[in-house]
Design a protein around this ligand. Structure first.
Ligand SMILES: [Zn+2]
Length: 374
């Protein structure tokens, strides 16, 4: 065998090896601390969450699932405090809008704040399933709820709201539905029955009016302002409401389908009010990396999940995987944010929002840097 042929064979072997082991070995990401403002940590899951976050360079997080009772909330806050994990309280919708219920929730918010809750999270059940004593769905902007949102503003508690869901969840569940795989796995996520559920557009309208009605209350529109499919519309909502922030939780797949230049421009124009979030869920017996997959996630899947985020926000690579494959079989285009915008997005905006000291700067990104680069 001649020298030339040997080196050619070597090259073929090398190329095959490279294509089999994406991401490319030279890939490394910014050494910037991360503040994940959108996680759900179940009681008993805190030690596991802290380990997961440490491995990924997540230096701080918000647990949106603090609960609706003082006992659970206090325990969640105490467990989180040791790991720089802030806790949001939730509302008890049992008996919603019965006489005295609003007053009880306002008192609960004060109690939650006194216990150390950093904010209030409202789940998508508001607008979709929660009913008043007469049996009617309660709209997100139902005026009877106003005192709760006003009190959150007085207490300095940001209100994270999940309104609606991907538009495909409001369409018939057929193989033609682009989220068919996900809806087949989670049939209760379909809101296609218009005799039961409001339209997507109606819910977004309710959400928009709620934000506008309380300029003294800070809101976080989770899942990219609850309209990741129309970033330009979210940008308009941000323009019209200085009290609104949005997070990116579990929606890189949606925003990443858009022309990257336009999306990048929105991130730059609103650099102070877009927050990094993932929708990671951790419990003693479950791990959800942004969205439930048919095969339950394990810690072994986490490095690829987080790297898909860093690759999307930090590089301009085209046709890359997004972090939550079940949410769509398409590829996304990275938006290559400049370093100073990444600093705002990854952690500084959250530090300002929650009045926290700057997070410690990691010497190097522990898991994203391949061993060879150390
Ligand atoms: Zn969530």
């Amino acid at each position: 065998m001649g020298m030339r042929r040997a080196s050619w064979l070597l090259w073929v072997a090398f190329a095959a090896c490279r294509s089999a082991s994406a991401p490319a070995p030279a890939e490394s990401f910014a050494a910037i601390p991360k503040f994940d403002v959108h996680t759900h940590i179940a009681p008993g899951g805190m030690a596991r969450a802290r380990k997961l976050f440490a491995a990924a360079g997540i230096e701080a997080a918000v647990n949106l699932s603090g609960g609706e009772t003082p006992e659970r909330l206090a325990a969640q806050i105490a467990a989180g405090a040791s790991g720089r994990i802030l806790t949001f309280a939730n509302l008890d919708w049992d008996g919603a809008l019965r006489p005295g219920w609003v007053e009880a929730q306002v008192a609960w918010l004060r109690r939650a704040r006194a216990l150390g809750a950093a904010g209030l999270k409202i789940f998508k059940s508001l607008g979709l399933t929660i009913r008043d004593p007469a049996g009617a769905l309660i709209a997100i902007d139902d005026p009877r709820l106003d005192p709760i949102f006003e009190e959150a503003g007085r207490l300095g508690m940001p209100v994270a709201i999940h309104a609606g869901d991907p538009k495909a969840f409001f369409e018939p569940v057929t193989p033609a539905n682009e989220r068919f795989a996900e809806l087949s796995l989670n049939p209760s996520w379909s809101f296609a029955d218009r005799s039961v559920f409001p339209s997507w557009e109606a819910l977004f309208g309710q959400f928009s009016r709620r934000i506008a009605r309380h300029p003294g209350t800070t809101f976080i529109g989770v899942h990219f302002g609850n309209d990741p499919e129309e970033p330009a519309r979210v940008a308009k909502l941000l323009d019209g409401n200085p009290n609104l922030y949005v997070d990116t939780a579990a929606r890189v797949g949606e925003i990443g389908r858009k022309p990257p230049e336009a999306l990048r421009a929105i991130f730059l124009a609103h650099r102070r009010r877009i927050l990094f979030g993932t929708d990671v869920g951790v419990g003693p017996r479950h791990l959800t990396l942004g969205a439930p997959e048919p095969r339950p996630a394990t810690e072994a899947d986490a490095p690829a999940f987080y790297a898909a985020h860093w690759r999307f926000f930090e590089t301009a690579r085209r046709g890359i995987d997004h972090p939550t494959p079940i949410q769509g079989s398409w590829k996304v285009d990275g938006i290559g944010l400049p370093p100073d915008v990444l600093e705002d997005f990854y952690h500084r905006n959250a530090e300002r929002l929650f009045h926290l000291a700057p997070l410690p700067r990691p010497g190097a990104h522990p898991r994203s840097r391949p061993p060879a680069a150390r």
